[in-house]
Structure formats: C-alpha cells, structure tokens
Design a protein around this ligand. Sequence first.
Ligand code: NDP
Length: 336
Amino acid sequence: NRRWLLARRPEGLPDAGCFALDTQPVPAPGPGQILVRARFLSVDPYMRGRMSRTAGYAPGVGLGEVMRGGGVGEVVASNHPAWAPGDIAESMAFGWQEYAVLSPDRPGTDGVHRVDPALAPIESALSWLGMPGMTAYFGLLDVGRPRPGDTVVVSAASGAVGQLVGQIARLSGCRAVAIAGSARKLDWCREIGFDAGIDHRTADLRAALKETCPDGVDVFFDNTSGPIHDAVMRRLSIGARVVLCGRVALAARHEAVETGERHLGRLIATRASLTGFLVYDWWHRRDEALARLAAWHRAGQLKYREDVLDGIARMPEAFLRLLTGENFGKQLVRVV
Ligand code: NDP
C-alpha cells in the first residue's frame, strides 16, 4: 500500500519536500469495515490548511500521518453486510493512499457513500457529484440567495467549485461574471455560460469590475480572498451577499493572515452581509444537492471539466497545481 505522509510542515507555499511516499502491507478490514482500492484520489485547496499545526475548522494532519483527502475506488474485501467486493465506494476519509480501510457506519462527512457507475463516471463523486458540487450548490443557493437579474461574481471561476457556481447562477436567472487566471480559462467560462470574464493576472481589477458590473455586485462567491476580494468588495450593491468560501490566494501566507477592517465600512454603506460558509454543515442535505445536480447534468444544463494526472506518485504535484493555478478544472489523480 503506497501512501503519502506529511513529512514537514510548510512555511509559506508548500513544496514537494513536505510529503514522503511510504509503502506498507495492504491493511485488513476489521469488524464492520471494508477495504477499498483507490481508482481516483482528490486534491483540494483545504489540504493546505490541514498541513499546518494550528487547527482551522478541522485539526491538522500529524507529522508522519497519511495526508487527508477524498477518494473513490472498488471494494476488495468486506466485513460489512451491506457491502460486497466490486462495489464502488467514495469517502472524504480515504487519504492519499492506494488502499483504505473504511467504516461505512461512520456518520457525517467521514462517512462512506455508494457510487452508481451507471449514473456518471465514478470520479464524478469527487467533483461535480460530490463535495465540490455540494459547495457550489449550497454556497450559492442557500448562502448567496441569488435572485433573477442579480449580478453574481465568482473567483477561481474555472475551478472545481467555480465552474458550477457560474452555471447554477445562470440557471437561477442571474448574470454571471468569472474571475480566473488565464485567457484559456475565461474562454471555457464563456463557453459554459458565464456572461463576462476578468483575468486577474493581467487586468486592472477595479476598472474591469466597473466595466463588467456597472450596477454593482449582488452576490460575490469568494473562492480566493486576497486582492480579488478587496477589489470586488468595493463594488458591492445595496443588500449584497458575500459568500466567504475559500482563501486559496493566501496559501503562501497561511499562518500569517491579517484580518483587515478596511471593508467593514463598505458593509455599512451597502447593508451587505458577509457569511462564512462551510460545506460540511450541509451534509444532511447531500441527497437533495446531488439529485438536482444530476438532473441538470442529464438535461445538458451543466458542463464540467476535470484535470486528471496519472499515478499516485503525482499526488504532491497535483496538489501544488491548485496553489499556482496550473490546474484547469477539478484536479484529480487516477490511481489505476
Ligand atoms: P480550484 O479547482 O478552483 O483550484 C484552485 C484555483 O485557485 C486555481 O486553479 C487558481 O485559479 C486559483 N488560485 C490559486 N492561487 C491563486 C491566487 N494567488 N490568486 C487567485 N486565484 C488563485 O479549487 P476548488 O474549486 O476545489 O476550491 C475553490 C475554493 O473553494 C478554495 O479556496 C477552497 O478552499 C474553497 N472550498 C471551500 C469549501 C467550503 O466548504 N467553504 C469547500 C470546497 C472548496 P485561477 O488560475 O483562475 O486563478
């Protein structure tokens, strides 16, 4: 069983030396457990937080422990009455490893979900039919509360979450404005329905936002924090909703993020609300989100782009791509 351990805590941006590949015998499942062989593993920006000692919303990974992460694969041994070899299982508690022992009866976000290979390719359970899909669905619809005619601005717009937020905004009758890091990514965003796009690496953000959002920003789905956040906050309309979803732009200075007060005045002037959002709070409505996403997909109303690297040896590389913007779509690693 090849597995990636956290070898060193990063100072600033992580590098490949933070991870160490380790090989162990394939573990055996205990009572009530299943052994699953990974087909696809996920890398996600939240893993940067887990590499730090300081607990954010969840405890960090210990040094020498397997990196945390979601995976989908095939059951190869089962001591659980509801699971048999050949079944396909997905879990956020998989870890960066080829084989995982999982406990199907564990509740909540570390639980195990059955994946129907007839519904969609099984890796979808890590992307649009899984955690990133739920993030876009609940973050936009329940926290952002879009109304027809609203202007919705999305950062990291071509990414795992962002590409869905834009399309769900359009399905909700909104105008969607993409902020992304290259012309290629913005072309894709237009192709899937975003009305306008801004390249945050080349544009004058404030001028571009003024041009693309002449009546202000009604919903800001903030995936990055940092300079993009600062620029969009200046253009909030009266009663705007800001969904604080992620801060991937701060990955290089994760341990030393300043909490600025500079936008609090904007919140008073616009009577806007700024809400921290965590997808794990919405797990009880998982079935609803996935059924709706699947229905939109079947109707041809959702397109989705994944970015797949081959081989478990490439896990650190895949993860680091998220922090530099090299990934184009949901970053996955195909294990077998
Ligand atoms: P993405 O697929 O969007 O990949 C990350 C993207 O972030 C990169 O492709 C890059 O896109 C962008 N990025 C990286 N560095 C910077 C930077 N310095 N400035 C601006 N943009 C940058 O990842 P996800 O869709 O999986 O995640 C998006 C965000 O959502 C993350 O912040 C993540 O932590 C958060 N999230 C939050 C959840 C919650 O419950 N609150 C749940 C899931 C995700 P580009 O080239 O376009 O700049």
